[in-house]
Ligand binder design. Structure first.
Ligand code: ZN
Length: 310
């Protein structure tokens, strides 16, 4: 079978204002990668808008309503210090979350082995009732809870290799022993969470913080020692990946020293675990990545590994 791509031009219309790192150019960069061989032959599908019901599985309903009511007709509306909405944001943020829902449907429906959602804004900092760190709705968590509600899955895992800790996903998963969240991230760094002692109700949260200037060796050691064995014993029925590429050495927001080869390796290792437990079913969604060369390299490496696993 194959790797499916979910994306939508409306995700370019979410305007975060001049000088903002989470900018439309990021998605343009990923779309350019998708135009290259061997990715241009992958089937693209339009990302649909998530419904309020889908969002409200992980967010408080009042928060969802407040975000939708805050959409400005002109200018910007500010949800937190660095999370803004523009007139084009409504469709963009809804499709970013809806892409993961549609990708889950396609992969669990047997239409593809795995899928990648080329969308923005990112989602993993968004908490049940709070926008944070460029994130409005928690795209990956919305997809995870959709898999449970609509496809009857029980055990769902998210692995997050974005350079920042996915505090939002952790907050949504920590109290549910059948949801697993594991993260490698730089520490200290925004948002300041993600310590190893944050373990969830049943060891279902695994945090592997890495000091600034850690590189390939430290990253791979953390994956092999902390994350892959825990994921293996959790035995997920579906694996989701929060695929941020801001741990790339070129990224301006952090100081980890990863290369494309590290993202390819990590994706391959995750795919091997998914092969053992869930027939290789993986849904991955774009999170961060703020240097355009690093983002393109990371994304291409990740996609290559997904295609090879399919
Ligand atoms: Zn990040």
């Amino acid at each position: 079978m194959t790797t499916l791509i979910f994306t939508h031009p409306d995700c370019l219309g979410h305007d975060t204002g001049p000088g903002h790192p989470e900018r439309p150019e990021r998605l343009d960069t990923v779309l350019q990668v998708l135009e290259q061989e061997p990715f241009r032959r992958l089937e693209r599908r339009p990302a649909p808008e998530a419904t309020v019901e889908q969002l409200a599985r992980v967010h408080e309903r009042a928060y969802v309503d407040a975000v939708l009511a805050a959409m400005p007709e002109t200018g910007y509306a500010r949800l937190d210090a660095d999370t803004l909405l523009s007139p084009g944001s409504r469709s963009g943020v809804l499709r970013a979350a809806g892409s993961v829902v549609a990708a889950v449907d396609a992969v669990l429906g047997g239409e593809a082995d795995n899928a990648f959602c080329a969308v923005r804004p990112c989602g993993h900092h968004a908490e049940p009732a709070r926008a944070m760190g460029f994130c409005v709705f928690n795209n990956i968590a919305v997809g995870a809870l959709h898999a449970r509600a609509q496809h009857g899955l029980t055990r769902i895992a998210v692995v997050d290799f974005d350079v920042h800790h996915g505090n939002g996903t952790q907050a949504m998963f920590a109290d549910d022993a059948n949801l697993f969240f594991a993260s490698t991230h730089q520490s200290p760094l925004y948002p300041g969470t993600g310590h190893p002692e944050e373990r969830g109700v049943a060891g279902n949260i695994v945090n592997a913080p890495l000091p600034p200037f850690s590189g390939s060796v430290e990253f791979r050691r953390a994956m092999e020692r902390d994350i892959l064995p825990a994921l293996d014993s959790f035995a997920p029925e579906l694996l989701l990946i929060s695929a941020g590429f801001d741990a790339h050495a070129r990224d301006p927001l952090a100081q980890l020293q990863l290369t494309g080869a590290d993202f390819e390796w990590a994706t391959r290792q995750l795919a091997l675990v998914a092969d053992r437990h869930c027939g290789g079913k993986i849904v991955s969604a774009l999170e961060g990545g703020y240097d355009m060369t690093g983002l393109a390299e990371g994304c291409a490496s990740h996609l290559q590994a997904l295609m090879r696993a399919a």
